[in-house]
Design a protein around this ligand. Structure first.
Ligand SMILES: Nc1ncnc2c1ncn2[C@@H]1O[C@H](COP(=O)(O)OP(=O)(O)OP(=O)(O)O)[C@@H](O)[C@H]1O
Ligand SMILES: [Mg+2]
Length: 357
């Protein structure tokens, strides 16, 4: 029991005790008055005492009411304090997150820069290799046409050689290998590009743009991935054009949309909603996919955090997104119910203000 509650309880006891005294005194006074109607003094004493007790009771009752009021004020104050502490915790977490991103960003920028060059030439070499392989295979086909004209022992030798290297398998596999390598390198390039954007999302220009155009063009880009998995519902409000880095916001929408699609097991709905709230544009991307477990939700914006199988996700999408939104002076949060779906909510200032360089 808290102190004010204890005070209140003891006041109540006191009132109760005094009331009992009054009642017994009144009874006694009445009895005495009846017994000795001549002796009026005792009755007068009793009446005086009763008045005193009544006054005291009134005082005590008002003290009790005051106590209750103080108690209510204290409860309200405690509630406000709790809210303030929560806000402080949020701010602290946001700060930690941006510090973490900043230091990983520096590291990532260095690695991305180093990896970018070799990946560049491996990529162009692979393209050349693919065309050389195609040409050599075509040449091989040409030779094959004249094979029948060769002396029988030469044909036999060639056939042994072909058998040893399993030429049919080699011909199909070589093409597969080259194509897979090109895909793999493209994936690495995308990761490197993401890493660079994440660490230094700054190569595009600030422009005053219509956010709906950005969302629509991004939807076009990912339409192939979405169309077999989800119905997209656009609930667009009336938005003013906002000052932003459009190509980077495209990337934000791309990351959120791809995540939404990937969270939907078979068929689902993705809802994109926009509105204006207190000088800020609010964009939400919601899905009715698998949702996010409570124990991982605080990590989803961390770089390289992923729950997807190797090769499917790098875990960079949301950390890149977080960095871009922060650069715009906005913030992003997530609401999710495991098994029901997730909604990402972005707040962006309409005017470019207080933005990091
Ligand atoms: N809409 C969503 N529904 C459910 N889980 C999500 C959703 N969006 C993100 N997540 C969770 O957050 C994790 C991190 O997402 P993030 O986009 O950063 O990386 P990723 O999608 O795993 O990989 P990448 O985007 O780099 O290909 C995901 O692996 C997933 O567990
Ligand atoms: Mg992702």
């Amino acid at each position: 029991m808290t102190e004010p509650e204890k005070d209140q309880a003891s006041l109540r006891q006191e009132i109760h005790r005094l009331n009992k005294i009054i009642t017994s005194l009144m009874d006694r006074a009445e009895r005495e008055a009846n017994k000795q109607s001549g002796t009026y003094g005792l009755f007068q004493d009793a009446v005086m005492l009763e008045n005193q007790v009544r006054r005291r009771t009134v005082e005590l009752e008002s003290a009790l009411r005051e106590n209750e009021r103080i108690n209510r004020d204290l409860t309200r104050e405690r509630e406000e304090q709790r809210k303030l502490i929560n806000k402080l915790e949020d701010a602290h977490n946001q700060l930690l997150q941006s510090e973490k991103l900043a230091s990983i960003g520096q590291l990532a920028a260095g690695v991305a820069h180093e990896v970018n060059n070799p990946i560049g030439f491996v990529n162009s070499n692979l393209d050349m290799l693919k065309s050389y392989v195609e040409q050599l295979l075509a040449l091989h086909d040409q030779y094959a046409q004249y094979e029948a004209d060769l002396p029988p022992e030469a044909i036999a030798q060639l056939n042994t050689y072909k058998h040893n290297i399993d030429i049919d398998y080699l011909r199909t596999d070589i093409v597969t290998l080259v194509n897979e390598s090109i895909d793999g390198v493209a994936r690495v390039r995308r990761i490197v590009q993401d890493l660079r954007d994440f660490s230094r999302p700054g190569n595009s220009e600030w422009q005053t743009t219509d956010i709906h155009t950005c969302i629509d063009s991004t939807l076009n880009v990912v339409w192939n991935e979405i169309k077999f998995k989800a119905e997209v519902i656009r609930k667009y409000g009336t938005l003013p054009p906002i000052e932003c880095l459009p190509s980077q916001l495209n990337q934000v929408f791309l990351n959120l949309l791809v995540n939404a699609v990937q969270a939907i097991p078979e068929w689902g709905t993705i809802i994109i909603q926009t509105s204006v709230e207190q000088e800020q544009v609010v964009i939400t991307v919601g899905d009715n996919g698998v949702g996010i477990d409570e124990n991982i939700i605080s990590h989803i914006f961390d770089p390289f955090f992923t729950t997807k199988p190797v090769g499917k996700g790098t875990g960079l999408g949301l950390s890149v997104t977080y960095g871009i939104i922060e650069k715009h002076g906005g913030h992003i949060e997530v609401d999710s119910i495991p098994g029901k779906g997730s909604t990402f909510i972005i707040h962006l200032p309409i005017k470019r203000a207080c933005v990091a360089p």
